[in-house]
Design a protein around this ligand. Structure first.
Ligand code: ADP
Length: 342
């Protein structure tokens, strides 16, 4: 809500910052830009309006286009087989008809459990692409922190859009634990809206279970199943996405070096073994990218550049020293935007 009193615009915030605030017209905007009903983003620290939200546009989720295939996912064959048999058939129109005819009771909700960077999102993108399904993505912290007071509505809209989709659809909610803490007081700590968001999610999952003809699948992801409410856990078929073994790491190296010119003798098995411990697919991707950059820096004529073992070793060392984490930092910042609806 916005109203202008001749000096300030008055915005009404919901959620944790519930209240009415008089704020200045931000640079770059005119009084007329603010009408009763205009939705704005408010910085919770400075209480300044940072943007005007286009209500119609913001209410919609774009389905994510992707060209990732199963070939681009390394070391997760068991998980992929499990996903294919659990949800693949339901995303395939002719198989789904047969499933309905036979009255088969299939899992419509999957919970992927695994450390960040193990390829959960990557694999779900591949799944949607391979089965020509639409994918609608959001993450839990966004529902709690960005859409304050709006989380439940967002969840509802997400599933509405998925149901309206002409193609089979996957709703993917990453870091779902943010809205599904098992302790009620922790949930309430985040405000009643977290509670409402969670209830909405549960009722959407139940809805899918009760709709025989639904071509919508939910895939939720978390790294913290232990803090999650059993109400949500019970509604999902859990699949673990492990930290890659050495063999799996080698496969991931193969995926990410496929289009590079590697010097003869580069042994991806040795590189995989160098990256012992809990390093993930995301770390490997970063190492490969850095190794490629190292080789370009080393070579005078870029057209002649080939990536050597040494380029990889230097990159792995940089990763160990914590100098390759830019993507991760950037992502976590992106995922907790300091804006809200007012
Ligand atoms: P998560 O969703 O588990 O946090 P992501 O799917 O976002 O992890 O992984 C980040 C990036 O790391 C992906 O875009 C992909 O390029 C790379 N990656 C992670 N795991 C794998 C894997 N198993 N195979 C190939 N690439 C991977």
């Amino acid at each position: 809500m916005c109203a202008f009193d001749g000096h300030r615009i008055w915005v009404e915030a919901s959620g944790n910052m519930k209240g009415r605030y008089g704020v200045e017209i931000p640079a770059g905007f005119e009084v007329d830009d603010f009408q009763p009903g205009t939705e704005v983003a408010l910085d919770p620290n400075s209480f300044k309006v940072t943007d005007i939200l286009d209500r119609g546009k913001d209410a919609e989720f774009d389905s994510t286009e992707t060209d990732v295939t199963f070939q681009d996912v390394g070391g997760l064959n068991d998980v992929i087989s499990s996903l294919k048999s659990n949800v693949g058939a339901q995303l395939d129109d002719s198989k789904r008809e047969k499933i309905e005819d036979w009255g088969m009771d299939m899992d419509k909700s999957i919970l992927l459990i695994g450390k960040p960077g193990t390829g959960k999102t990557h694999m779900v993108k591949a799944l949607s692409n391979e089965y020509d399904a639409e994918i609608f993505m959001i993450n839990g912290p966004q529902l709690v922190e960005k859409f304050i007071g709006e989380g439940a509505k967002k969840v509802k809209r997400l599933y509405e859009q998925a149901r309206d989709s002409e193609k089979p659809a996957i709703v993917f909610i990453d870091e779902v634990d943010a809205v599904a803490k098992k302790r009620l007081d922790e949930r309430r700590h985040g405000g009643e809206e977290v509670e409402r968001t969670m209830s909405q999610l549960l009722s959407e999952l139940d809805g899918l279970d009760n709709e025989n003809d639904s071509n919508v699948i939910s895939i939720l992801a978390t790294n913290k199943p232990d803090v999650m409410d059993p109400a949500l856990l019970n509604r999902c078929n859990a699949i673990e996405v492990p930290v890659p073994s050495n063999e799996a790491k080698e496969e991931i190296f193969q995926v990410h070096t496929r289009s590079l010119d590697l010097e003869d003798g580069v042994d991806l098995g040795i590189l995989a073994a160098e990256m012992e411990d809990d390093y993930t697919g995301r770390d490997i991707k970063q190492v490969v990218r850095q190794a490629a950059v190292n080789s370009l820096e080393r070579t005078d004529d870029a057209s002649e550049a080939e990536v050597q073992t040494e380029d990889f070793m230097t990159a792995i060392q940089e990763l160990r020293e914590g100098n390759l984490g830019m993507e991760k930092d950037f992502l976590s910042e992106e995922q907790t935007p300091r804006e809200m609806f007012a």
